[in-house]
Design a protein around this ligand. Structure first.
Ligand SMILES: Nc1ncnc2c1ncn2[C@@H]1O[C@H](COP(=O)(O)OP(=O)(O)OP(=O)(O)O)[C@@H](O)[C@H]1O
Length: 343
């Protein structure tokens, strides 16, 4: 699917990530950003554009799994084979790899040390062939609740392994993608990862980019100027183009989107146990501005409301830059309409 679709300009992000993959591994990279900002799409594009380089990508996409169990994790990450690494059949059109594990390996009796030894062997096999291994995990936070014998948390142990592969041994890049920003917040405060990780934000599309795309797609100057006040995410552009073909005006499409978000937000407020006033107060912070500073504008007692809105993907919390904003500009307009209706 992704391959037929148009890819909208992400020049800066592509260059950053492509260059990053070719530098010596030194830290774990966390790629984060608002919901649907295009993190996976950019990453997959990076892999495609580097397909003829000497990089071997181990790419795992956990998006497809609700919450993987320990067994599912093992089956996603490893495949029985006499090779140390082999093509990942779940991602055939990307030409990425997966760790190999001996035929007689007993998945049921694996301990974490065995798992990590296997990962190390695969990565070293790549290095010995004179190639560069890069490990990418999309939606890493889904491994959060997996435990191995002795109650060891898979994710915590993985972080230790990742620090060793990158910062200590400089063997392999580790790139983790997530749109769960409360998870990024946890990671940011995790002591194992202090001074061992970097963060890269894939944010909304820039206005200039959106303008160029709409121009190329034959939208009028008037339509473009209208749309620029509302669009921020790549899929909104594709949908706007489709809707135009289907006879809907730019204005109609955008009004519908805002209504959908408004409805969703109202439902959320109506069905939560949190008190409405607290929620509205927090939402009111966005009345006249699109982003707020976590340091300066959030009081301790407001945190539970903010957390609720972040968990439900109404707001996006960028811990690295210390700001909170709606997940999209459409969402911002929905929030403003809800606050205005209150008064
Ligand atoms: N640069 C782009 N050009 C065209 N379409 C894009 C681009 N980036 C993203 N999209 C489209 O936007 C949608 C969301 O993209 P994607 O899944 O990559 O976002 P994400 O940030 O990884 O999402 P999530 O928040 O779910 O992790 C997809 O339908 C994708 O095809």
């Amino acid at each position: 699917m992704g391959e037929i679709m148009k890819f909208y300009d992400r020049e800066k992000e592509l260059n950053y990530l492509k260059t990053y993959c070719q530098l010596e591994p030194n830290s774990i990279l966390f790629v984060y950003g608002p919901k649907s900002s295009g993190k996976s799409t950019v990453m997959r594009r990076v892999i495609k554009e580097l397909e003829n380089s000497n990089i071997v990508f181990f790419y795992y996409n956990l998006r497809k799994y609700a919450t993987p169990t320990r067994d599912e994790f093992l089956r996603v990450f490893f495949e029985k084979s006499d090779k140390k690494y082999l093509l990942n059949k779940l991602e055939l059109n990307l030409g990425v790899c997966k760790f190999g594990i001996e035929e007689n390996f007993d998945f049921n009796n694996l301990c974490l040390n065995d798992v990590f030894a296997k990962i190390n062997e695969s990565i070293n096999a790549v290095v010995e062939e004179g190639k560069k291994p890069v490990l990418i995990i999309d939606e890493l936070q889904k491994l959060k609740n997996i435990y191995f014998n002795g109650g060891k948390s898979l994710l915590n142990e993985l972080f230790n392994l990742f620090v060793s592969l990158t910062k200590m041994e400089h063997l392999c890049h580790v790139i983790c993608l997530t749109s769960d920003t409360l998870f990024i917040d946890e990671i940011y405060r995790n002591s194992t990862l202090k001074n061992a990780s970097e963060y890269y934000l894939i944010d909304w599309l820039r206005k200039g980019t959106i303008r160029n795309i709409l121009k190329e797609e034959g939208f009028s100057e008037e339509e473009i100027n209208y749309a620029l006040d509302y669009l921020s995410l790549p899929y909104e552009i594709s949908q706007l183009i489709n809707n135009k073909k289907l006879g809907l005006s730019v204005e109609q499409t955008i009004k519908q989107w805002i209504n959908v978000e408004k409805d969703g937000l109202k439902y959320l407020i109506d069905t939560t146990d949190l008190d409405e006033e607290g929620l509205y107060n927090v939402l009111s912070k966005f009345k006249d501005k699109i982003k707020i500073s976590y340091d300066k504008e959030v009081k301790k007692e407001e945190m539970k409301y903010l957390k609720f809105l972040i968990e439900n993907e109404i707001l996006f919390y960028d811990v690295i830059n210390g700001i909170i904003k709606p997940t999209s500009i459409i969402e911002w307009h929905a929030i403003k309409e809800i606050i205005n209706a209150m008064q």
